[in-house]
Design a protein around this ligand. Structure first.
Ligand SMILES: Nc1ncnc2c1ncn2[C@@H]1O[C@H](COP(=O)(O)OP(=O)(O)OP(=O)(O)O)[C@@H](O)[C@H]1O
Length: 278
């Protein structure tokens, strides 16, 4: 569905992503993991058109979307959220979701000013799409509250709704569980699983390994901008190159300790469950 070949980007002397080849399979939850600075967000920026690659190609279905600007990539069906929540805090939750849908509609400024038929039709469609997006992330009850008044976790859901309102086929989530507590992480994991079950192709960057291991069907590991491994959670968590990347000298000590604990816990959980992902 979404395929990339020899994908790379260089910032001055820094090759942030290099020679990454692979594909995102439809209907599958793929996690992109790797130590800090591995190039994960940059990789998302390439897939979503925020950065133009300095090498390689990106294809979405039959279409070569390499170098396309973000709005065209979104209109084609690839939407994303950001590591830091980028919502309009002073607007209502519903208005945020409406903005998402507007990306896909064609009514321009003149239509809006003249109240044209197209504008009225598209306004109705936008409203329906926005409400539907809010329902998918469990925020219908908070539609009219200012987005900034919600909890951190609910604000994350608003940013997901904003992306969903664009009608994506592929949803890229950049650290959806950053800054939220364990219980909220479990709830958000459930929502993401429901989105995937409804037919959406989900790709997520996440540092919380317990979430990655329970959610992902497939994991791709980046290190120093390169893909060093991919496979099922069970395969990846026992891959020597992955263990070295995480537990070697590159990760900050506190991250290393957290990951070591997570990997041990995940390996035990997977054994206990008979490693269902294998
Ligand atoms: N716009 C930019 N200009 C220059 N360097 C950049 C830019 N964007 C990213 N980089 C560099 O690319 C490298 C990869 O960064 P990136 O943020 O993609 O890593 P990451 O894996 O997402 O890290 P983290 O897990 O800490 O978010 C880093 O060396 C970073 O400094």
């Amino acid at each position: 569905m979404l395929a990339f070949e020899d994908l790379g980007i260089r910032f001055g002397g820094n090759q942030a992503v290099q020679g990454v080849t692979g594909r995102i399979e439809p209907g599958v939850i793929t996690a992109i993991i790797g130590p800090n600075g591995a190039g994960k967000s940059t990789f998302f920026n390439l897939l979503s058109g925020f950065y133009k690659p300095t090498s390689g190609r990106i294809r979405f279905g039959e279409q070569d979307i390499t170098g396309w600007p973000t709005h065209r990539v979104v209109a084609q069906g690839v939407a994303r959220t950001f590591q830091t929540t980028t919502i309009y805090k002073e607007l209502s939750v519903l208005e945020n979701a409406l903005l998402g849908h507007r990306v896909r509609t064609r009514a321009g400024l003149w239509d809006a000013l003249l109240g044209s038929g197209r504008e009225r039709r598209e306004s109705r469609a936008s409203l329906e799409a926005a409400h539907a997006a809010l329902a998918r992330v469990g925020l219908e009850g908070q539609a009219h509250l200012p987005a900034g008044s919600l909890t951190q976790e609910a604000q994350k859901r608003v940013s997901i709704a904003l992306a969903l309102a664009t009608g994506p086929k592929v949803l890229l989530l950049d650290e959806p569980a950053a800054g939220i507590n364990p219980e909220e992480t479990v709830n958000l994991t459930r929502t993401i699983r429901e989105l995937a079950a409804s037919g959406l192709t989900v790709v997520l960057i996440e540092h919380k390994m317990s979430m990655v291991m329970t959610l992902a069907d497939h994991i791709m590991v980046l290190h120093h901008g390169q893909k060093i491994a991919e496979g099922s959670p069970a395969e990846v968590s026992r891959d020597p190159a992955v263990i070295e990347a995480y537990l070697g000298g590159h990760a900050a000590p506190h991250i290393r300790d957290e990951l070591r604990a997570d990997l041990v816990q995940d390996a035990a959980a997977l054994q206990g469950r008979g490693a269902p992902h294998e």
